[in-house]
Design a protein around this ligand. Structure first.
Ligand code: UT7
Length: 319
């Protein structure tokens, strides 16, 4: 069973925070941020909630797919920063879009979230449990970032991306997922849903050992791409684009180099959005689709990494 992306959609908040504006808030500069990360601007939610952004992206993806909401039988939302714990974000989206036949749940794998949610949906499609899934990555990391910590607040942005994925006859999906909880301390955000949390507000903010995460990403992402290509029995020549989680331009360039592939096969949009965590891959997919760069039959590799630590990849054929 092949899984085909029938439609995509995004919601990105209109409010923009430029590097210049950030350098008025913390000790940094536009030059440092652009040279070390590739980010120029990021979009920040004002009144929009994670649920709102997820639902708007979902409506756009359903329109783009040309299906009825009732045809969707699974909704998986990848998020680590929702405004709701329960009902889950996916159920809130269901209510907004009218996908009354769908089973709904959220999945938290941080920045690897969309990749894990997509792979989860594909295995549900492959097992015959469902026929048409809505997979969403939605984040409001601006609420979790410490706006006094220049090493993290410059990186992240808010937004949501969605994909309608349907099962079709064809080659089985090739997917790989990994986690290593022993490395979890490198990127942490505790919840406030614990006893005496008011005394621990600092702990509820995102903390990252940037260098460790960087080194982890540039080693593990090429490895997992090679692993998924071997599983799919495909060579790199047969891949049109590698759609990587958009965390840092230097990470993407380093992955391209380690794979021996031209960087032109690694589209990027993090200059505009920063790192939108689980939303980055579907936002990039939507941009490529809308700009006409994706053609039927092309093979794409999706690859993500993030807190957990976790990482994974998937090969898909554009339908
Ligand atoms: O979605 C997955 C999650 N995250 C990631 O993928 C992040 C992976 N890591 C990174 O992208 C990079 O490690 C960062 C962009 C976070 C940092 O870049 P770096 O090149 O690894 O910098 P560094 O942490 O080694 O710091 C170098 C210097 C330090 O100063 P000293 O100690 O050399 O004097 C930092 O204090 O840069 C300083 N620095 C800054 N300077 C200006 C750190 N942040 C900033 C800043 N502006 N915003």
């Amino acid at each position: 069973m092949n899984a085909v992306i029938r439609g995509t959609g995004v919601y990105v908040p209109p409010k923009v925070l430029t590097n210049e504006a950030l350098s008025q808030m913390v000790d940094t500069s536009d030059t440092w941020i652009r040279e070390r990360t590739g980010v120029t601007r990021r979009h920040i939610a004002e009144n929009e909630t994670t649920v709102f952004m997820a639902a708007e992206a979902a409506k756009a993806a359903i329109r783009d797919a040309g299906i009825l909401p009732e045809e969707i039988d699974l909704i998986v939302v990848a998020t680590g920063s929702s405004n709701v714990i329960f009902p889950c974000t996916a159920c809130e989206v269901q209510r907004e879009v009218g996908a009354v036949q769908a089973a709904c749940f959220d999945l938290n794998a941080a920045c690897t979230g969309f990749l894990f949610a997509y792979n989860t949906a594909c295995s549900y499609l492959q097992s015959g449990f469902c026929r048409c899934a809505l997979v969403i990555g939605a984040e409001s990391l601006s609420h979790l970032v410490d706006w006094q910590d220049r090493s993290t607040c410059i990186l992240f942005g808010d937004g949501a991306g969605a994909a309608v994925v349907c099962g079709e006859d064809g080659p089985d999906v090739a997917a790989v997922m990994h986690s290593d909880g022993r490395l979890g301390d490198a990127l942490v955000c505790e919840t406030c849903h614990q006893k005496n949390w008011q005394e621990k507000t600092q702990a509820t903010l995102l903390r990252m050992d940037g260098r460790s995460v960087f080194q982890f990403a540039v080693k593990k992402v090429p490895e997992v791409v090679e692993e998924v290509l071997e599983k799919a029995k495909l060579s790199k020549d047969e891949i049109t684009y590698y759609i990587l989680h958009q965390a840092n331009q230097r990470i993407v360039e380093s992955v391209a180099k380690r794979l021996g592939e031209p960087v032109g096969k690694f589209p990027m949009n993090l200059s505009e959005y920063g790192n939108t965590s689980s939303a980055s891959i579907p936002i990039l997919l939507d941009e490529l689709k809308k700009s006409g760069q994706l053609k039927k039959g092309q093979r794409l590799v999706l690859a993500g990494f993030g807190a957990g630590l976790s990482w994974g990849a998937s090969v898909l054929t554009w339908g």
